[in-house]
Design a protein around this ligand. Structure first.
Ligand code: UN1
Length: 518
């Protein structure tokens, strides 16, 4: 069992008051993975102060050289891929193939941003006056505080940390307190990649301490940008506190992601997509499928095939080839049980031999592994007969549950797909390009898949949502650069005169009374 503490300037923050928390392997609760020694609000503020002090020097390092540190981080992560992936599987029960994919996403992110160090382009812009030139520069924001969830314990953090560092910011990372060993391992890779002391700080703390620390750090002027991935409710509170300091955080919040199946869809493909979208990672992605919205003409056929696919899916030991393993943490399991209470009499329950936790009294046919009760394993649940007035249709349910609703007209499908007010990811299955583009135009989501899963975005497209899913910020690719830099405009007049904009501009005389002879 590892003991993990906050890392301030690369060293364990032993002096800070700590509260221990034991982390169990969710696939085998008897196995203890780590003891997290949680810091408090002071630890958070101290980390921000250290990062703030280190920032100006890091910003003077040329961006291509900062890119070299990012490149080395990518190499280190690649060299340690198997170890890190195994740790993710052990600490949060993610199937090993997905864990490898997650680590690969970190490598991809580094590969993208190492090159961005040699771009980070500004513009040369023509002036309205002679002998004068205009320019734009990207300047780092300062110190970024990054607070992330544990369902993607390295990939999602890397979407913030890597571009933030590349752009010349320093960072304080607050990972989920239930993924301390993965956080510590990833932190060690960052600390060995060549970033200077102080550029990266890692704080382990619970939610209330983090919030208090963040509030104080913002008040003291120690934090210039906040990045947060997590629930809509917490995102709102972070948005409020940042707003008081005239800051706009980068918020990546929940989703109730729809998957629309049109009558012309390839049904087998749609079923495969719904299976992975809904139940991959045990439905614990912010991009996981919420409701399948299927046309009446094909609904019976679709539901029968979807039910068969989910019943036959391999669920169990995440070190083996399974669709999903356990819930990532006891807290997630408890919340999921609460959402099962949203099942109503008009819903038909499909997808497994029971609902709720997989136990010897409520077994799952074909469970992969010896003893389901040793871990936090849950039956997959399909709820057919979902209607727009159901609480379930409006609520993000972070777990292995998918609703099925039926529609007659395209307008109705769009209504169902947007009604909840989230707008993260979405998908349509159709062979008709007209419908695909109409869907893109009318769906509220920031991300649209055509004939593909709602989850599994590639690492270099803009990631983010609208409405209850976020405040419009985008991560990944070149788009995230706007989160971690500010534009600075420069003008340089080398005419030797004071040329006044708008007033000293050469006038173009035109004969506007001129008309063509008909
Ligand atoms: C998340 O659940 O917060 O697009 C992120 C996806 C993954 C990332 C999910 N690449 O499903």
């Amino acid at each position: 069992m590892r003991t993990v503490t906050s890392l301030l300037n690369g060293r364990p923050a032993e002096a800070a008051p700590v509260r221990p928390r034991t982390i169990a392997n969710p696939a085998r609760l008897a196995e203890r993975v780590a003891e997290a020694r949680l810091g408090d609000a002071d630890t958070f503020v101290d980390a921000c102060r250290l990062a703030k002090v280190a920032q100006p020097a890091w910003a003077t390092v040329p961006a291509p050289v900062r890119g070299r540190a990012v490149q080395q981080l990518g190499r280190l992560v690649e060299e340690n891929l198997e170890t890190l992936a195994a740790l993710i599987t052990r600490e949060i029960g993610k199937p090993i193939r997905e864990s490898r994919g997650e680590v690969q996403e970190v490598v991809d992110t580094c590969t993208f941003f190492l090159g961005e160090g040699r771009r980070l382009y500004g513009m040369t812009v023509p002036s309205e006056m002679p002998d004068k030139q205009l320019f734009t520069f990207r300047v780092p924001v300062g110190t970024a505080a990054i607070v992330t969830a544990g369902n993607f314990p390295v990939a999602v953090p890397s979407w913030y940390l890597v571009p933030a560092l590349l752009c010349g910011n320093t960072v304080v990372w607050k990972p989920a307190e239930y993924t301390p060993s993965v956080a510590e391992a990833f932190s060690q890779l960052i600390l060995h990649a060549g970033f200077p002391e102080g550029a990266f700080q890692m704080v382990l703390a619970d939610g209330p301490s983090t919030f208090e620390g963040l509030d104080r750090a913002l008040t003291e002027g120690l934090v210039d940008k906040v990045g947060f991935t997590g629930s809509t409710d917490v995102g709102r509170r972070i948005g409020e506190v940042c707003g008081r300091h005239l800051q706009s955080p980068c918020l990546e919040l929940g989703g109730k992601n729809p998957l629309v199946v049109m009558p012309d869809a390839d049904l087998d493909l749609a079923v495969e997509g719904a299976l992975f979208s809904g139940f991959g990672t045990a439905g614990q992605r912010c991009t996981s499928l919420g409701t399948v919205i299927v046309h009446r003409d094909i609904r019976d056929d679709f539901v029968a095939r979807f039910d068969a696919a989910v019943r036959g899916a391999a669920i169990g030991d995440p070190t083996r080839d399974v669709l999903y393993g356990p819930m990532i943490d006891a807290r997630f399991a408890e919340r999921f049980e609460g959402w099962l209470d949203l099942i109503r009499d008009h819903h038909t329950v499909l997808g497994s031999t029971a609902t709720g936790r997989i136990t010897s009294a409520a077994p799952r046919d074909g469970f992969v592994g010896d003893d389901p009760e040793a871990g936090l394993f849950y039956h997959p649940t399909i709820l057919d007969g979902v209607v727009i007035d159901d609480e379930l249709a409006m609520t993000e349910t972070f777990g292995p549950i998918v609703g099925v609703a039926t529609f007659d007209t395209f307008d109705e499908a769009i209504g169902l797909a947007n009604a909840h007010g989230y707008g993260l990811s979405s998908s349509i299955y159709t062979r008709d390009p007209l419908l695909a583009f109409r869907f893109r135009q009318r769906i509220s989501a920031g991300m649209v898949s055509v004939n593909n899963s709602t989850s599994g975005a590639e690492a270099h497209l803009p990631f983010g949502g609208n409405g209850r899913s976020g405040n419009g910020s985008r991560q990944s690719g070149v788009w995230v650069l706007d989160q971690f830099t500010r534009w600075q405009a420069m003008n340089w007049d080398y005419s030797g005169r004071l040329q006044k904009a708008q007033m000293d501009v050469r006038v173009i005389d035109a004969d506007l009374s001129f008309r063509l002879t008909p």
